[in-house]
Structure formats: structure tokens, C-alpha cells
Ligand binder design. Sequence first.
Ligand code: GCW
Length: 657
Amino acid sequence: MTNEHAMWLPDEVSRAVRGRSIAVIGDGMLLDTVRAEAERAGMTTARPGDRADLTIVPAAQAGTAWEEPLDLDGLGPEGFVHTQRDGRAVVVYGGASGALYGWFDHLRRSLHESGDGTDRCEPRHPLRMLDHWDNVSIHPVMGQVERGYAGGSIFYEDGRVRADLSRVARYARLLASVGINRVAINNVNVGRREALLLTEDLGEVVRIADLFRPWGIRTHLAVSFAAPLTIGGLDTADPLDEDVASWWEDAATAVYARIPDFGGFLVKADSEGQPGPYAYGRDHADGANMLARALAPHGGLVHWRAFVYNHRQDWRDRSTDRARAAFDTFAPLDGRFDDNVVLQVKFGPVDFQTREPVSPVIPAMAHTKVALELQVTQEYTGQQRHAVYLAPQWREVLDFAPFGPDAAPLSDIVQGGMAAVSNVGDDAFWTGHPLAQANLYAYGRLTWDPALDPRAILDEWIALTFGDDEAARRGIRSILDDSWRTYESYTAPLGVGFMVSPLRGHYGPDVDGYEYSPWGTYHFADRDGVGVDRTVATGTGYAGQYPEPWARTYESLETVPDELVLFFHHVPYGHRLHSGATVIQHIYDTHFAGVERVDEMAATWDDLRGHVPDDVHDRVRERFVEQRRSAREWRDQINTYFFRKSGVTDERGREIY
Ligand code: GCW
């Protein structure tokens, strides 16, 4: 690989601290990382006794001689306080990882005048995870990285762990700089080859964990629930079988002997063909707890995914609703999971669609540690060929207040932190589309502080990545700020979802692609109307899985938000939205407007030539050629499909085929 892009940490970022002096107080691997960082940035080590421009000091030693002592009560191991003494910067850290996070925070602050206040910074959640869907051997359909849009894997190549993992070290640095502290290094769909990472190939996992450790990142493995059977030589994987339990205990003990800070297991069970406890008549609490007990003595976690549904449905059977499945499976199990189980729930009830309501599983699990799962990789949101900034979507999810506007938002309810699928591969720009780097950056920043404003995050990312060129900042902001809603406007309308091509890996339009498939049915369009009736009164009852006020809000056409109307209701084409438009006219209008907007975005990018590096400009321009083509394909297929179904012409007489 030549000319690997530096993402948001080009050497210029350290310009502001270059030549200044630093004193780092404390010992250990992470403090050594900070020292190496300072050296790399061109800082000098202050001589003992001299005042440094930046002092990084543990809470236990800070401030005894200061006139106004800091309030350091309860400062956690990852926290730090940013302050000044005599005009010089001081970072007081709780634990060693707090020193590292404080360092990167200092770099960010140095980019602009940071004032002289005192800021106490701590992550909202201790669990800030990134999941890789990377396969060790190349999967015949999915390739090296499942749903990967950035080339091969940075971990694996040719059926094995890469000999040269230097890129993983650079990745770890980037992740640490935004606060990620856990990475699962293989796909949740665990093939036979991948299952061996836990056993025969543990030595290779050790190599990877060694690279993450200096950056405060713990390594996790996705494991196969059937491993005792498929690679362990047992004749069952029954979670209540003693031999099975001890097989897992032995496996865990072996891992911790070599990776003492191993994070734990990530499990996709009884989902899309992955094995699970159902094969033995056991439930998901039985399965998760058995693994949890193997890990508990070592401080490990089980991330158990709630993505469980029937993917062998009969479209003729109107009573099955994929959206209901996770709640039906897991809500009755609330309270039965061990303390070191984290139930990992996708943000919506279906599957990372551009627009979905927030999953009702999350508020249903008051006695379970729930992690919110997001998808940084753009499977259903343009596959890193379309410029789509996802933080505004995540902002809405995190702000959703399941028990009503006066109660806690989702970000306060998820006790198990956040997890997301990475969008990184061995591509020169890491993420295929250079602007998709902003999604990875934003995800990390939101795991640390889920209250951040997407536009502020974007400004930060732009300044780090491209420097302080005001034209670049304005241009990129105008391209990305509303890009998620723009993408929504030219794809599946009004929350109905899917309409993607099953044959082209979920890329591009295929309105009926899933309509008669076993994976679920999503729009039910006929000559009279469109949408899925998920009401309690006449539909699948999904709306009733929400607490109030949402159950009644979604149940009624009077109150359901426009953007979700087709997710909850089947309505006539002439149904009038709160916006005043009919459903059919809304479909036409948004699809025409979406394409116009993409053309503007592309033109804005053209104008940024010279304001961003040429290789970045070329790559993004090339992606815009495809985005413009694809947006037109979406517009014309969706508009034509609904025109032919409904026979209703466009009020404005635009071209529909
Ligand atoms: O979004 C779907 C993807 C599958 C994926 C699955 C999951 C890893 O299409 O590729 O499998 O979700 O989240 O398990």
C-alpha cells in the first residue's frame, strides 16, 4: 500500500505544540505511549524543576501546592481534567488511559485558542466498542470483509492473519484519539476458519492484542456458539451440558493466560443461520450466561446480540413481522442475564435502515445491560460510494426519549455503552470514500460524549483533517450536514425501508427485491396504497411494543411522524401527511429534490479543488460521479414504480417513465 492517508491525525495537527516542552509524570505502558506521542509531535522534555508548557500528572500528585485545588473527587480511570497553571497547560489524569485521552484532547484544543477554563472530561460509558466484520478466509459471497466498502481487511489476508500488522498499530492510535477502547476483530458470522482464532490461532490474536494494548484498547473475539462441537471434539454445544461449559472455561482460561486484558466474546446466536441455544431447546439467557460464567473469573464480557429473527419467512403469512422479533425474544428474558452479559441491540427493530424507529427492546430491558449497536459501515446508506454523514441519524437515536419527552433520552438508558460496525479496510483512505472518515470520527466522539452536536464534530474533524482553510470547512459542512436526509430523500420513502437490491449486495434500488423473499416483506404496495400496518388495532401489533407515549403516538395516523408513516401504517396514495403533501406527491417531490441536491453537493466539491489535497479531491470526485448516477437510478425507479402502481400523475408534470 502506498501513501496511506493519515485520517484526522496528519503530522500538521501537532504544529501548535511543536517545540514546546512537556513533563509526563507517571509510569507504565500508556504513559510511555504519551511520551512517544509527544516526541513524535516534536515536543521537548522539560528538565526536572523547570515549568513545562504542558504537564501531564496523575490526580494523586496534582495540585497539593496549588492555591485553588481542583476538585478531583471520583475522577475515573479514563477521566482527566484540563486546566492551566500560570498560563501553562496541565492535564490531570485519573488513570493511565485518562493521560492518553488527555493528550489527544490537548492536541485538539491546540488547534484553536482554547481559553483558560478548567474542564473535567470523562467518557459517558466505559464500553466504547468497534466491531469488525472481517473474515479470515475470503468468504465466497461476502469476500474478505462482510459489508466492507474499503477494500480488504487490515487484519487478515490470504486466509490468515497478516504478517505485517503495522497498519493495525496506526489504526489503534486513530481509535484511541477518539476514545474507542474495545475492538472485536472478526465477523459475527463465524466460519470454521474464524472459530479457530480462539484456539489454534490464539497466537495470532495475541499479536493483534499486543498492538491495541498500548492505546488502551482491549481485544474481543466473535465466537461461534457451536465451537465445542465444530472445533472442540464434543458431540454437543448444549449450554446446560457440563462438558460444554468446561470447554468454554478452558478456552477462556487459555486466552487470558496470553491476553490478560482480553475483552470477551461477541456472539451472534440463532440469527441468520448462526448456531445458538435454540438447537438444544434452551433460551438466550441460558446461552449467554454459560459463556458469561466462563469469562467472569477473568473480568471478561459477553456481548450477546439481539439481532434474532426468522429469516425463513413465508411472504404469504401476514402475521410474521420481523420488526417484532427481537422484543418478542428478549423482553421476557429481562432480569435473567448475568452481570457480565451485555445485550447488544441494533438501533432499530429491523436492520440499520436509513430510517427506522428506535428499537423498543432498549426500554424493555431495565434489568439488563444494553449496548446500542450502530453501523458505521454504510451497508444501507450508500456503501461509501455516496457521501452520507451519519452522525445526525445517531443524534436522533441518542435523543429519543422512550418514556416521553420529559424522561431520560436513550443515551442515558443504555447502561452497556455503544458498539458499531467499523467502516475501515486496507484502502489508501481507510474508508473508501474519504468523507466516510467523518463517520468513524463522529462515532468515536459520540461514544465518549453522546451529547455532542454533529455539526461541531464535523468542524472538529475538518480542522484536524484539512487544517484551517475556511472554504474547505464551509464546503464540506454544506455537503455533509444534511447528507443523511438527502440520501433518505432519493431512496426508500417515509420509513418503509429496504427497496434495495438483494443481488447487488443491498446496493441500488430494487423496489420488490425483498417483497416475496423469505427475509421479510417491507412495503406491501398495491394499486391503492403502500406501507406496513404494524398497529395493534389492525396490524402486526408492533406499535404496542413501545411504552407510552410512543405506543399511542405510532398507533395513530394523526400523530405518527411523517418520516415513519409507512413503517407503521398502510395508507392510500392520497393520504395527506402532516407536511400537507399527499404520500404519492411526497414521493415524487423528494426524489426529484434529492437528485438536485446531490448535483449541488458534487458542484460544491468541484469548487474545493486546491483547498483539499489533490488525491482526496480526485477520489471524492470519482465517488460523486457514481452518487449522481445512482441517485438518478433511485429517483427514476421509485417514481416510475409508484406512478405505475397508483396511476397518479405528478402535480408538477416532471418526467416519470
Ligand atoms: O445488516 C445485516 C447484514 C449482514 C450482517 C447482519 C448482522 C454480519 O446484511 O451482513 O451479518 O446484518 O448484523 O449480523
